[in-house]
Ligand binder design. Structure first.
Ligand SMILES: Cc1ncc(COP(=O)(O)O)c(C=O)c1O
Length: 380
């Protein structure tokens, strides 16, 4: 037996409390029992999103919520600015193009954050831009984009549409305070649930836009969903078991306290970065790292795919690979969701051992010690 550790940026491990909440005899969704659980979960979601408005729960992955944002807010041919600094920025492009929007692409070097003044310039050059689409945390490059600053630029202009898939529940993204118009996430990251739920919340002005938008929508018609969800129901059959899990995971987050949840993610990320640096490894995003996952550049000569196979097959540890041009060159160690200090030590211990196995001059304990110094903070 090799004990398994899931340390990739989604799906993430699921706490027993959540598993047990989902392990119930199926009930019908048009019942008071379902409506009660759903209403309770939806109320908690408002605190998580930092909004007074509805957070709609969709039976989809995170990409479904991204698609809902585009389909509900725009009309064919409208111009949007997409910040493309990784795989998920690319996804905003693909969705926008699939729906016939005119995309102005702002390419950002992988591992770097977009600079707000570059966005400001684009908004000047293209005054007819109707929406800015961005990731708060670009998971593929483990980079944070400065959405708070960008929201200052868009508050009286285009809609700011933020993919918060590895940000919501990881770091504060209070959408109302920051003037974010749309915030989306998915269930299988910080929410400690299986994949299968998408979440989306809209500002008042974004709701206004849904009335004017002319793109076709059916399953993901947010107006229809809002009408139903405000009554404790859904337009179509909901993912009943996941909703029970959602209520339990949100309760766990409330009991820990959101501030502590954010501090935990930040601490685990800092410990992981310190360990990698102590081992002489370079970080993919040293300047604006995401607290959800840490991208680590592999020393030359190491084949990342082979290393990841080794972690998984010999050590039982699943990390994530690099995508596209980073394939084979990096690994991503996640610390998002139901992850604690000792998971980081498992990750770093395994990293030291695997690097040694792959011929690197590793001094055992160097990364671990650097992580421990930081993880001690939580024991004060
Ligand atoms: C930042 C970001 N956006 C979007 C997605 C897509 O979400 P899903 O795979 O749930 O459709 C992911 C998934 O990893 C992500 O990390």
């Amino acid at each position: 037996m090799i004990k398994q550790y899931l340390l990739a940026p989604g799906p993430t491990p699921i706490p027993n409390e959540v598993v047990r909440a989902m392990d119930q005899t199926m009930i019908h969704h048009r019942t008071p029992q379902f409506s009660k659980a759903f209403a309770e979960a939806r109320e908690e979601l408002k605190a998580l999103f930092g909004t007074k408005n509805d957070v709609l729960v969709l039976a989809s992955s995170g990409t479904g919520a991204m698609e809902a944002a585009v389909a509900n807010l725009f009309s064919p041919g409208e111009k949007v600015l997409v910040v493309n600094g990784g795989k998920f920025g690319e996804r905003w492009m693909q969705i926008s193009q699939a729906f016939g929007l005119e995309v102005v692409q702002l390419k950002v070097e992988w591992g770097k954050a977009v600079k707000p003044d570059v966005i400001e310039n684009h908004l000047k050059v293209y005054p007819d831009i109707q929406g800015v689409l961005i990731q708060a945390s670009e998971t593929s490059t483990t980079t944070l984009h400065p959405v708070r600053e960008i929201a200052q630029l868009t508050r009286n202009g285009p809609l700011l549409i933020v993919d918060g898939v590895t940000a919501v529940g990881v770091l504060p993204v209070p959408m109302d305070d920051w003037n974010i118009d749309v915030l989306v996430t998915g269930s299988q990251k910080a929410l400690m649930l299986p994949p299968g739920l998408g979440f989306i919340a809209l500002s008042d002005r974004a709701w206004g836009r849904t009335e004017k938008a002319k793109l076709p929508r059916f399953y993901l018609d947010l107006r229809l969903e809002r009408k139903n969800q405000q009554k404790g129901s859904t337009a179509f059959t909901p993912a009943v078991s996941l909703i029970f899990g959602l209520r339990a995971s949100l309760q766990m987050m409330r009991e820990e306290g959101l501030e502590r949840v954010y501090a935990r993610h930040e601490r685990l990320a800092r410990a992981t970065r310190a360990a990698a640096t102590a081992l002489g490894l370079r970080l993919l995003a040293p300047d604006n790292p995401s607290p959800a996952a840490t991208g680590i550049m592999l020393p030359g000569g190491i084949d990342g795919d082979k290393l990841l196979d080794y972690f998984r097959e010999r050590m039982g540890i699943t990390f994530a690979e690099g995508q596209d041009q980073l394939r084979g060159k990096i690994i991503r160690i996640a610390h998002v969701g139901y992850i604690g200090a000792f998971d980081v030590l498992v990750a770093i211990g395994a990293l030291e051992m695997a690097l040694k196995k792959f011929g690197q001059p590793v001094k055992f304990g160097q990364g671990i010690a650097a992580a421990q110094e930081i993880l001690m903070e939580s024991l004060d």
